[in-house]
Design a protein around this ligand. Structure first.
Ligand code: 45D
Length: 163
């Protein structure tokens, strides 16, 4: 990612819009985005990427073993920067690995390993507006936006408290 992308004012506007939504609306929107991006995500995942697949999968496996209610709570906690075991582990991942973790969650939602969004769930009109705007961004800008979105989620890894 280049610094020009990081500072892209259009992107920061979308980021603000995303973050200003309710937690549950953010989750719902993120799910709609995933569905919209569909198969275009896979080609962006070559072995040469900087994502640590094992780490993303390890965290995903922990979440997948929880009850659906707990899974939803874990995701709300990530967005709200609440402290939890998962939030701290998440906080220690690289941005791309964080993105991969969210991608794994959404894949898990498709086979109900992860709590699915109810089929009749409708975005509020405000959320839908944000969705329409994000949909129109070029793929690369979307990726940059989502990286920036998932980056500050979770909690600080408490380095000193561990072995
Ligand atoms: O009942 O360079 C509600 C990699 C309330 C590879 C709910 C990549 C109602 C390396 C909250 C709605 C693949 C990482 C319930 C690049 C209700 C690389 C629940 C690209 C149950 C570029 C809502 C990765 C829930 C990309 C549970 C582009 C919502 C990844 C959950 C993109 C929503 C990932 C989730 C995206 C959304 C993930 C988990 C868009 C995930 C979206």
């Amino acid at each position: 990612m280049t610094s020009a992308q990081i500072q892209n004012p259009a992107n920061s506007e979308h980021l603000q819009a995303l973050k200003s939504l309710d937690t549950d609306e953010q989750l719902a929107l993120f799910w709609f985005i995933y569905k919209e991006m569909g198969n275009s995500i896979t080609p962006a995942a070559p072995a040469a990427s900087t994502a640590s697949e094992n780490i993303a999968d390890g965290l995903f496996n922990q979440v997948s073993q929880m009850s659906h209610e707990e899974q939803l709570q874990v995701q709300r906690d990530l967005i709200e920067n609440k402290d939890s075991q998962i939030s701290r582990e998440y906080g220690s991942l690289s941005d791309t690995t964080k993105l991969l973790f969210w991608y794994r969650l959404s894949q898990g939602m498709e086979n109900a390993t992860i709590i699915p969004v109810p089929g009749d769930y409708q975005l509020s009109s405000g959320t839908n507006e944000v969705f329409q705007r994000i949909k129109q961004l070029p793929f690369e800008e979307q990726i940059t936006l989502f990286r920036q979105y998932v980056s500050p989620m979770g909690a600080e890894a408490k380095a000193g408290a561990e072995i």
